[in-house]
Design a protein around this ligand. Structure first.
Ligand code: GLC
Ligand code: CA
Length: 554
């Protein structure tokens, strides 16, 4: 396998609005990010993914772009962005941006032109249709609720939006549109970014001609994702994109790829795949069944099975990007650790387990201090459009306000979008101004400043994880070594080996409060990492305390 610069790197996701506020208006910004580069470097981060900062009405928090060539003044300007890229480079760090090209904002000039003249050049940049025999082209339900079809005022036409109605889908069947996108991507790559995280990409290929699917809710609509199972030929678009853009720059690309069709691993991230990497969403999808109220609580056994399943499917074909959370998910510690067991040890154990899997570890802002889900006082305190829709669906299904709020506490995307808790000062040290969204009230106890002063904190554990990962003696094994599940049947034990040339590492985590014994596959040479003070090892056997996690060299 050809070695690439990004293999073995550690990545960090910044969701700018809530990361750090540089100018004191209560909203995170680029200046705020620049101010934290030394912090990220010291933590051990190599690649920084910045969620969208382009010009946007922020209906979907920047995933609705009205100008791909401009920075939203709320976040800064191009000069600041250039400085951020340069400052990162000085520290041997790479910046990747979010590429949102399944759709743009309805405020984008292309769409504005399309509205004026749906039959004209820019009308062809979108999917615009008329009703036939009084019927819309299909019954697909958008990701954020309601039909994907929205009327164009003053006409008998409708445009398609897979997400919010303010996010019209771009027509990828139109080669002219595609060229415009490639031009824009190259413009950013020329500015010195190292690549892209590629948003919602699977949606760019529609199953055409349109057709209805079996309704899956009382609204008579069918989930738009249904169409994706049947859509074929996305590879042609993605290969073209690759040749026209990132291949020329040796860029790092990580796709938000949800579906798991046979052969998808090879196709997307194999040696000649469309992207460098794709996120492993196995854990995020685990126990989800279409609506909040149908979701199951994830048990350690369920979690273990999904991560091993992804590892097995991927093997050495390519590199997954491993996460426990992102800006679309609740906090990983609140989702994958049974609530009654949530503790610093458990947070460290979860970190240890996902971090050393084969692939590229991504840390989401605040994860490194163990930030948790947030109790919002009422539905009006939430901002996220998707949360508001899911909440409505629960209410319509007959759940009380209290129940629907509890679901939101467990699953809302805003759980990950509260400001990073830098200190116990006012507004958690995020801003001198009242933040745009509430701060999690637990910031007095969970914050970076206090954790920096405490060697046993979650934060220091993350630092240790990263430095072990990068230790010359093990870096190749963590990067390229095989990942082999160990004692998979042993309940509430999550264990695997990482095997490289002449190196055999064992990662063990006890996901329960009670101690448990584990038989070792070989003699323990050295304990490389331990989230507790002690470790009981005797002849071929180890006793792990509740939520104890260790990395051992065999
Ligand atoms: C992706 C983003 C999400 C956004 C959606 C529409 O899933 O991660 O935040 O809402 O795409 O762009
Ligand atoms: Ca600001």
């Amino acid at each position: 396998m050809e070695k690439k610069w990004w293999m073995g790197k550690v990545a960090y996701q910044i969701w700018p609005k809530s990361f750090a506020d540089g100018n004191g208006d209560g909203i995170g910004d680029l200046e705020g990010i620049i101010g934290k580069l030394d912090y990220l470097k010291d933590l051990g981060i190599d690649i920084i993914w910045i969620s969208p900062v382009y010009q946007s009405p922020l209906v979907d928090q920047g995933y609705d772009i009205s100008d791909y060539y401009a920075i939203n003044p709320v976040f800064g300007d191009l000069e600041t962005m250039d400085r951020l890229i340069a400052e990162a480079k000085k520290r041997q760090m790479y910046v990747i941006m979010d590429l949102v090209v399944n759709h743009c904002s309805d405020e984008h000039p292309w769409f504005q032109e399309a509205l004026k003249d749906p039959e004209g050049e820019y009308g062809k940049f979108f999917y615009i249709e008329e009703k036939k025999n009084g019927k819309l082209p299909c019954n697909w339900r958008s990701y954020f609720g309601g039909s994907v079809w929205e009327p164009i005022p003053g006409t008998n036409k409708y445009y398609l939006h897979s997400f919010h109605k303010k996010q019209p889908d771009l027509n990828w069947e139109n080669p002219k549109m595609r060229q415009e996108i490639y031009k824009m991507m190259n413009w950013w790559l020329e500015r010195g970014i190292a690549g892209f995280r590629i948003d919602a990409i699977i949606n760019i290929k529609k199953k055409l001609p349109y057709k209805d699917y079996e309704p899956d809710r009382d609204d008579g609509l069918a989930f738009v994702g249904k169409m994706l199972d049947e859509a074929e030929g996305i590879g042609e678009f993605l290969e073209e994109m690759k040749h026209e853009t990132f291949e020329k720059y040796d860029a790092f690309t990580v796709g938000e790829v949800f579906n798991d069709k046979p052969g998808a691993v090879e196709e997307f991230i194999g040696e000649n795949g469309h992207f460098s990497s794709k996120f492993d969403f196995g854990p995020e999808l685990c126990g989800k069944h279409g609506c909040w109220y149908k979701n199951e609580t994830v048990t350690p056994e369920m979690y273990k099975e999904v991560i091993f399943d992804s590892q097995e499917k991927t093997g050495e074909i390519g590199f997954l990007s491993n996460i426990i959370e992102n800006h679309d998910e609740p906090r990983g510690v609140s989702r994958f650790i049974p609530q009654e067991d949530l503790s610093e040890d458990a947070k460290k154990a979860l970190a240890c387990v996902y971090f050393f899997l084969r692939g590229i570890p991504f840390i989401f802002q605040g994860q490194e201090i163990g930030m948790e889900n947030c109790h919002f006082p009422d539905i009006d305190a939430y901002d996220d459009i998707s949360t508001l829709d899911d909440y409505r669906v629960c209410k319509e299904a007959g759940y009380s306000d209290e129940e629907a709020m509890e679901f939101a506490y467990c699953f809302s995307r805003d759980n990950a979008r509260t400001p990073v808790q830098w200190s116990d000062e006012e507004n958690a040290g995020f801003s001198t101004h009242k933040p745009w969204i509430m701060v999690n009230p637990n910031y007095k106890t969970i914050n970076l400043k206090s954790q920096q002063q405490d060697e046993t904190s979650v934060y220091h554990f993350y630092k240790k994880l990263i430095s072990l990962y990068k230790d010359e003696a093990y870096h190749d094994t963590f990067t390229f070594g095989k990942c082999i599940p160990y004692a998979r049947e042993q309940k509430n034990l999550i264990a695997y080996e990482r095997k490289g040339e002449g190196v055999d590492l064992l990662i063990l985590a006890n996901f329960q409060k009670e101690p448990q014994k584990v038989t070792l596959p070989a003699k323990c040479e050295k304990v490389l990492l331990n989230n507790k003070d002690e470790l009981r090892i005797s002849e071929g056997e180890i006793t792990l305390q509740g939520y104890q996690a260790v990395v051992i060299r065999m």
